[in-house]
Design a protein around this ligand. Structure first.
Ligand SMILES: *Cc1c(COP(=O)(O)O)cnc(C)c1O
Length: 384
């Protein structure tokens, strides 16, 4: 069965997300010379406007790739086969980061944290005493569980060490605070299709001076397209080493303008306010927040599905009846959680609509909600 035409299509995934109209229109502009002055102006503005989102003054490199591509870039440029990596894994994307390091021939130690919780800096501190690690890798906002890592605390542990700190903030950056320079993060990678409100296909990586020294060594993994030495050699000229995704960059320029027009603190506050309200609404409907409430994400709400329900039928019903696309899980949480994005230019209306359709879907599937409208009511109470 396909979705119902009587409801407008609502893309409510934790990425890719629905693109604001002004950004979508920007991506339709005529293509320009990818190395001419007309493109350099765009790349210069993007560089200037994106650095505050990373919390860095370091160069931010642009790649035509999904988020995973820049995760790989962060590793292939700093590792040599056989070097040791400490992976802090607390969900699907942390596992992926460790897998990439292994694929590149690194010797990977993993600190596994229970899914839903964030890595414990004390455990990391103890592990750092046991070996010389080339890099510690982790995920800022674990989209599969909704847990947020305390990057400042882990960065602090690495101060004065040779170990690099590499962070996947694909689903965190632009939706919550990130202070790369202050927190001692060496490379942050992100993608265009999450809180940056663009179509999929652009990856960014910011590179600290400390990381740059390692990247520029000739004894790292074999690399070509993702070679950051090539990207670093062109970034100051506002060019990319290879043909850049011109249309996506037009969109990114517009997205960054929109973010700064609203104001970064305001954008972060809105993400927090709406994610808190959506979470409160899910709890009221009988879907408790998954994981540790103290480290809850602002860009995704991960709600536990009460037995005997499973996530699959809820996701299916939301789509087929209300044309609303939410996510389940494609990992060991499959069936047990539903995930709804709260990133990008969303409003109160979006989350209240989510909760209304969620209540109707749950009810249709035989779940008794405590009172009609209780999800929406709890969200409204949280918004006040
Ligand atoms: C979406 C996402 C990625 C990247 O996924 P791609 O499909 O390769 O763009 C990586 N890490 C996290 C935390 C994500 O949410």
């Amino acid at each position: 069965m396909t979705s119902s035409p009587s409801y407008p299509y609502r893309l409510r995934l934790p990425g890719p997300i629905s693109i604001p109209e002004r950004i979508r229109q920007a991506t339709a502009r005529p293509i320009v010379n990818h190395r001419g002055p007309e493109m350099r102006v765009v790349l210069e503005e993007i560089q200037r406007l994106i650095q505050p989102l990373f919390g860095t003054q370091a160069p931010v490199l642009t790649f035509g790739s999904s988020g995973t591509g820049v995760m790989e870039a962060s590793l292939v440029n700093v590792l040599a086969p056989g070097e040791k990596v400490l992976a802090l894994a607390h969900g699907q994307f942390g596992d992926r980061y460790a897998q990439i390091a292994r694929a590149l021939g690194a010797e990977v130690d993993v600190i596994e944290t229970e899914w839903g919780w964030a890595p414990d800096p004390a455990v990391v501190a103890a592990k750092l005493e046991t070996a010389d690690y080339r890099a510690v890798i982790t995920v800022h906002n674990e989209s599969s569980t909704g847990a947020v890592t305390d990057l400042a605390a882990i960065g602090e542990l690495l101060r004065g060490r040779d170990t690099l700190f590499l962070v996947d903030s694909v689903s965190g950056l632009a939706g919550m605070e990130l202070r790369q320079d202050e927190w001692g993060v060496d490379i942050v990678v992100t993608g265009s299709q999450k809180a940056l409100m663009c179509p999929p296909g652009l990856g960014f990586a910011s590179v600290s001076e400390k990381a740059r020294k390692v990247i520029e060594r000739d004894d790292r993994c074999p690399r070509f397209y993702l070679d950051m030495r090539k990207a670093l050699a062109t970034v100051d000229k506002h060019e990319t080493a290879f043909t850049c995704p011109v249309s996506l960059l037009f969109g990114m320029q517009e997205a960054l303008r929109a973010i700064h027009e609203e104001g970064l603190p305001q954008v972060f506050a809105r993400h927090k306010r709406l994610s808190d309200a959506l979470r409160a609404g899910c709890v009221a409907l009988g879907l408790p927040a998954f994981g540790d409430p103290a480290t809850a994400s602002r860009t995704v709400v991960v709600a536990a599905v009460p037995e005997p329900l499973t996530a699959g039928p809820i996701v299916k019903h939301m789509y087929e009846t209300y044309n609303t696309v939410i996510a389940g899980a494609r990992n060991k949480l499959n069936g047990r959680v539903v995930r709804i994005g709260t990133m990008g230019q969303i409003s109160e209306a979006d989350i209240l609509t989510d909760l209304h359709y969620l209540e109707l879907s749950l009810t249709a599937l035989g779940h008794k909600v405590p009172a009609p409208g209780c999800g929406v009511a709890a969200a409204i109470a949280s918004l006040r």
